[in-house]
Design a protein around this ligand. Structure first.
Ligand code: HEC
Length: 251
């Protein structure tokens, strides 16, 4: 019984890790688009690496998305000199926890880890990065639709600008007497350097980069799959001819 209770205590933290049933937008899959992945890598190192690490990602893996060591060094590396290093950060996890109320998780595998608890990981991240809004009641001044009460501020506000969430009073579907506040959309209150289409595209780039990072050998695996299938094809022809030769004199 005790064990069961302990298990039950775990359930909410698994199911509601982001605590939202905001519908997720479908993330465009740009993981085969080198230019998009490069733009995503740039956004990542400019806006995310200050707080988040990506410990299982080495800078020189970025050669897989078509960058040279020189380009990596010049554009993407701020914390270290060595392209063989992993993406670590200088910020102390304890400080971070104090500043934001939660430590920024390592992002190497976030696209995969979020895939299990919040539906498809890419869709969750894509939605999360696009649903920040101003909320003066929060310590950071920001809130998020996909991750309510998130500790992370809207680090991309300069690009997206500022928005507020609009609510409408509607009848409670469970109790006609009551009224509830229903989210009806965002209202732009300050423009960003990007318009909405550009911002969505940038977030598709960044999300695809996070997916690439979570599984950098994915492309190789697809190629391997094709080779295996070809092998089976060729093997079938051999088996067929061999079979015919084997039974030739018996008929
Ligand atoms: C100022 C520091 C800071 C920066 C910069 C930052 N983050 Fe965060 N991030 C956080 C903190 C703190 C959390 C933990 C939030 C929480 O658990 O409430 C977090 C959490 C996350 C999560 C996990 C959400 C979840 O469901 O658990 C993702 C994904 C994420 N950040 C992506 C990014 C991306 C992408 C960037 C770059 C555009 C970025 N972050 C930049 C501080 C930061």
């Amino acid at each position: 019984m005790k064990k069961l209770l302990a298990l039950l205590a775990l359930v909410p933290s698994l199911v509601f890790s982001a605590g939202s049933n905001y519908p997720l937008d479908k993330a465009p899959d740009l993981t085969n688009d080198m230019a998009a992945l490069q733009r995503g890598a740039k956004l990542f190192s400019n806006y995310c690496l200050n707080c988040h690490s990506a410990e299982s990602m080495r800078y020189n893996r970025l050669r897989d998305i078509g960058l040279t060591n020189e380009q990596i060094k010049e554009n993407l590396m701020f914390a270290t000199e060595n392209v063989g290093d992993t993406m670590t950060i200088a910020m102390d996890a304890k400080d971070a926890k104090q500043w934001f109320g939660a430590a920024p998780p390592d992002l190497s595998l976030i696209a995969r880890s979020r895939a299990s608890s919040n539906g498809p990981g890419a869709d969750y991240i894509y939605t999360y990065l696009r649903t920040y809004y101003r909320d003066p009641s929060k310590p950071t001044g920001w809130n998020n639709m996909a991750f309510p009460n998130v500790g992370m501020p809207h680090v991309l506000w300069e690009l997206q600008g500022e928005r507020i969430a609009k609510y409408e009073e509607v009848a409670d579907p469970h109790d006609a007497e009551k009224k509830i506040q229903q989210f009806v959309g965002f209202e732009q209150t300050k423009p960003g350097t990007m318009n909405q289409v550009e911002y969505d595209q940038a977030m598709a780039d960044l999300t695809s980069f996070l997916v690439f990072m979570a599984e950098p050998v994915r492309e190789d695996r697809f190629k391997l799959g094709v080779i295996v299938l070809l092998f089976f094809g060729v093997f079938t022809i051999f088996a067929w001819r061999l079979n015919a030769a084997y039974w030739k004199d018996i008929k």
